[in-house]
Write a protein that binds this ligand. Structure first.
Ligand code: IPM
Ligand code: MG
Length: 368
């Protein structure tokens, strides 16, 4: 059988730095675990704009549709702030999500024991935290029409539309229920059914899917504003949180920070199964391009490495190897390995991006 294929889109800012470490990890699995990937690379975001005048070239889009999984670093940066909206780096990312139809965005917020002190919350509130946010990723106000800035009666008006079809809500809900069955068997769905019709429909459809096929999963509903409050008040009450595109964007940043550093959080964006049975998939760290530390070797590569671990698990059915990689990361953190974002008040010398890669590779070697 042919090797599974990966398209790496390192993107902008710290994307290429953290991706360099991930490439070494990918090679390690080829050398030591006989798990070889056919890796190709291309441009996205500002890097693609610089080369082609667009944040995602059509050829790159076509490649992304063909590979078994895409690994993305980060997009955006201050050089591109003044670009026209249609060619901003973020548009490249949104085009990938939309055209690959990656409707289920999985954002785990897990607290590593060694880092429990880094949270802005009290340690006992987050020790052992393990939440999975399922964010709908291809619809809602990010893509709804009409949109734009118009002039009405000599006044500018900005318009975006929150729009969800039953089918869109249903497939996101199914993804959340399926995940819950493999975890704590609980789903909390968040919307604003108190003020939005799309929220009323969301709640109805989630209830219908639940009654029809997942009655054994514990389901609750929360208004998204209360959800935000509960996430910082008592985050361990949650197992799987199901929510729409915009609320999911906000709630997932909040959940991520509970764990101490955005530099630790991976994500998977999954679509429908392809002909080979694997889902359309893109994996990316939740952190952005971090222009403030770009090029200084300070970035934490762990979120990007954990995103590759999610690829092993969700695209390639390599749960044991994903566990191996996650355990290696837990081990180096327990041994005190820290990049700058993980330095506590006790100080010490932070590892560079490459050095963090070195210790993780050593821990992988030791796992054999
Ligand atoms: C995210 C990011 C993106 C989003 C941006 C970069 C377009 O914030 O993945 O959470 O808003 O979805
Ligand atoms: Mg975001």
């Amino acid at each position: 059988m042919a090797n599974p294929s990966l398209l790496i889109l390192a993107g902008d800012g710290i994307g290429p730095e953290v991706m360099d470490v991930v490439k070494r990890i990918i090679s390690w699995f080829g050398d030591k675990r006989d798990l070889t990937f056919d890796v190709s690379e291309d441009l996205v975001g500002g890097a693609a704009y610089d080369a082609h005048g667009v944040p995602l070239h059509d050829d790159t889009m076509a490649k992304a549709q063909e590979v078994d999984a895409v690994l993305l670093g980060a997009v955006g940066g201050p050089n591109y702030d003044d670009l026209d909206f249609s060619v901003k780096p973020e548009r490249g990312l949104l085009r990938l999500r939309k055209e690959m139809d990656l409707f289920a965005n999985l954002r785990p917020a897990q607290c590593f024991d060694a880092l429990a002190d880094f949270s802005s919350l009290k340690k006992e509130l987050i020790a052992g935290l393990d939440i999975m946010i399922v964010r709908e990723l291809t619809s809602g106000v990010y893509f709804g029409e009409p949109r734009g800035i118009h002039v009405e009666d000599n006044m500018r008006v900005g318009i975006n539309t929150q729009r969800y079809t039953e089918a869109e809500i249903e497939r996101a809900a199914r993804a959340a229920f399926e995940l819950a069955k493999k975890r704590g068997n609980k789903v909390c769905s968040m919307e604003k059914a108190n003020v939005m019709e799309s929220g009323i429909l969301w709640r109805d459809v989630v209830n219908e899917v639940h009654q029809a096929d997942y009655a054994d999963v514990e389901l609750s509903h929360m208004y998204a504003d209360n959800g935000a409050m509960q996430l910082v008040r008592a985050p361990k009450q949650f197992d799987v949180i199901l929510t729409d595109n915009l609320f999911g964007d906000i709630l997932s940043d909040c959940a991520a920070m509970l764990t101490g550093s955005l530099g630790m959080l991976p994500s998977a964006s999954l679509g429908l199964p392809m002909a080979n049975g694997r889902p359309k998939a893109m994996y990316e760290p939740v952190h952005g391009s971090a222009p403030d530390i770009t090029g200084q070797g300070k970035a934490n590569p762990i979120a990007c490495i954990l995103s590759f671990a999610m690829a092993l698990r969700y695209s390639f059915d390599q749960g044991t190897e994903a566990d191996r990689l996650e355990t290696a990361i837990e081990k180096v953190l327990a041994d005190g390995a820290r990049t700058g974002d993980l330095m506590g008040p006790e100080g010490g010398t932070p590892l560079s991006t490459t050095e963090m890669g070195d210790v993780i590779l050593a821990a992988l070697d030791a796992s054999l």
